[in-house]
Design a protein around this ligand. Structure first.
Ligand SMILES: [Zn+2]
Length: 236
């Protein structure tokens, strides 16, 4: 095989690997964002549960205040009742006192229900705290793995970039420029083997017999008649 073609093939191999490393590096931040997003969702859920528990507790305290108000009212009614000389007023106060006591009973019943709800909410908060901790542990592991992957890829990319630059200096500029042009326009590979005796492995079209002969002869760089990629005869 032509020495330049051999060099171009090695260059292509390095280019492909470099491209792969760069693509992987490009997508790494997405991975990191996914880890962060999962943590944020978890944390929001935790905050919501804590808020639910606080809400129940403040509702219960509200009822406690209402009970205290009713008790104050009862004491006032009782004072009034003790001072009055009128029978109908005395009866009215008794009635008010009974009503306030019934209200207090109802309020205290709701308070008990809220206390049960608060216990359940607190348990949910505690359970969620464990889940959050576990998620943070997993996320820390993922982050460490992510950083390890990034370091490996960066190292690979740097090594390949240097290797590509080194090889490019050894390839005749015209051939190198042609290779770069084809690679740029095709986006995948610039050099492909002839397969099945007469087919370009880039565009999968048949090439002419004259081109096949030229490729086989190996005296110069030959391009596919259809797609323009550089074609070579696969070594047995
Ligand atoms: Zn082709």
């Amino acid at each position: 095989m032509l020495a330049t073609l051999e060099q171009l093939l090695i260059l292509q191999e390095r280019d492909v690997k470099l491209q792969r490393a760069q693509t992987a590096l490009h997508f790494l931040p997405v991975e990191e964002q996914q880890i962060a997003a999962r943590l944020a969702t978890q944390s929001a859920r935790f905050e919501q549960l804590k808020q639910d528990a606080r809400h129940i507790e403040s509702e219960r305290k509200q009822l406690e205040l209402q009970v205290a108000d009713k008790e104050t009212a009862i004491r006032k009614f009782q004072t009034h009742q003790a001072q009055t000389k009128k029978n109908d007023e005395y009866q009215a106060m008794s009635h008010e006192i009974d009503r306030a006591r019934r209200d207090i009973d109802a309020l205290e019943e709701r308070e008990l229900a809220l206390m049960d709800q608060y216990d359940a909410a607190q348990k949910a908060v505690q359970a969620e705290a464990l889940t959050v901790k576990e998620h943070e542990r997993v996320a820390a592991g993922q982050r460490a793995e992510w950083q390890r992957k990034q370091a490996v890829l960066q190292e690979q990319a740097a090594t390949l970039t240097a290797a590509v630059a080194e090889l490019q200096r050894q390839i005749p500029p015209a051939e190198l420029a042609a290779y770069r042009r084809i690679l740029q326009s095709k986006g995948d590979v610039a050099i492909v083997p002839v397969v099945n005796g007469n087919t370009c492995n880039g565009c999968h079209m048949k090439i002419t017999q004259a081109t096949v002969s030229a490729v086989k002869a190996g005296g110069k760089i030959v391009h596919c008649d259809n797609c323009g990629r550089i074609v070579y005869w696969p070594q047995p």
